[in-house]
Design a protein around this ligand. Structure first.
Ligand code: SF4
Length: 328
């Protein structure tokens, strides 16, 4: 397998067990330590030279926004808009996944997920009509989740961390890099340290998902000094698991992307100004899209969106067949 290759896995053709047998190309400890040093030095340079405020919190959402449109980041943080039904359904399905993967059986996935979130202190303040609106979507997603994720078998074979909060501090906590992937899987053998990071998505594939997965790969590398063996997303709507093997080049590219985003956040904080840049991914949902001079009518309506190639390079059959000897 090419050291920089990505693979895509169709959940209908391959069990999660089989997918998890795939081994990432080795990245040496020296290469990993170099990458971590580069990231630490990059953050220190930005904070020491340019940033005069106490703390900067960096998340995947802020990174994706600031790299596309600085103004969108600023406006979205100021906005108190209620979440859209699609966002509510996504949050509830995340909660359903955590409950199901922990061995729970959900009688009413929507109500059970809402209750679970409120016990965590993350309750959703939604109207009854929104709850009714999202219920069929949540039930459909939950049924697919149960079919795909064999909770008992997976818990017998793997060690699971669900909603695994990763919080990394740099420069005496002046910068916090924060993420929470849905599941981090590892083998039960304590000598086998490889982990697999998967997010569960209620929608269809988006370019953001690949970016988020890459960020998690970098964060896991910074946290444990070892890259995950696989990263990816499971799409409930199309019953598809897409996985990427994080190569050294991918981790290097993600280091540059994340440092670039932090540099923009520092610049916004210092200059108190943020440039508006049209973005087919962001304009449709931007809180100021009725007044922004950059946006077009097609952007507002979501008609400007182009189909983004997610770009998985290698045919699944060759990669998986070669690695785990599966019959087609
Ligand atoms: S409407 Fe589009 S261009 Fe204008 S601030 Fe929002 S995301 Fe940026």
């Amino acid at each position: 397998m090419n050291a920089n290759s990505q693979i895509t896995i169709d959940a209908n053709r391959l069990s999660l067990d089989q997918a998890l047998q795939i081994r990432a190309p080795e990245v040496s400890q020296v290469e990993v330590l170099d990458l971590i040093k580069h990231f630490n030095e990059g953050v220190a340079d930005l904070l020491l030279t340019d940033y005069d405020q106490r703390e900067l919190r960096v998340t995947k959402d802020k990174i994706r926004r600031v790299l596309r449109c600085e103004r969108n980041l600023v406006e979205s943080q100021a906005s108190k808009d209620k979440p859209t039904p699609a966002m509510v359904a996504g949050t509830l399905l995340d909660a359903c996944f955590t409950l199901h993967a922990s061995g729970g059986v959900l009688e009413d996935p929507t109500k059970d997920a809402l209750l679970f979130l409120s016990t965590l202190g993350d309750g959703l303040d939604i109207d009854p009509d929104v709850e009714d609106l999202v219920r069929p979507k949540v039930e459909e997603g939950y049924a697919k989740l149960v079919a795909f994720w064999d909770a008992d078998t997976i818990r017998d074979k793997f060690s699971l961390r669900l909603q695994d909060r990763i919080a990394l501090s740099f420069c005496n906590t002046r910068l916090q890099l924060i993420g929470r992937p849905d599941v981090v899987l590892s083998g039960l053998d304590p000598n086998h340290e490889d982990v697999v990071i998967i997010d569960v998505k209620s929608g269809t594939p988006k370019i953001f998902d690949v970016e988020d997965a890459r960020l998690y790969a970098l964060m896991e590398t910074l946290r444990s000094h070892r890259p995950p063996s696989l990263i990816g997303n499971y799409y409930l709507a199309i019953d598809r698991l897409e996985l990427i093997v994080p190569s050294l080049q991918l981790l290097g590219d993600e280091t540059s992307r994340t440092l670039g985003a932090i540099a923009k956040m520092v610049e916004i904080a210092n200059t108190k100004s943020a440039t508006a840049t049209r973005s087919v991914e962001l304009c449709q949902y931007c809180p100021i899209n009725l007044t922004c001079a950059e946006v077009t009518e097609d952007d507002r309506l979501g008609w400007a969106s182009t189909v983004v190639s997610i770009g998985f390079e290698d045919p699944i059959e060759s990669v998986i067949g070669m690695q785990v000897g599966l019959d087609d």
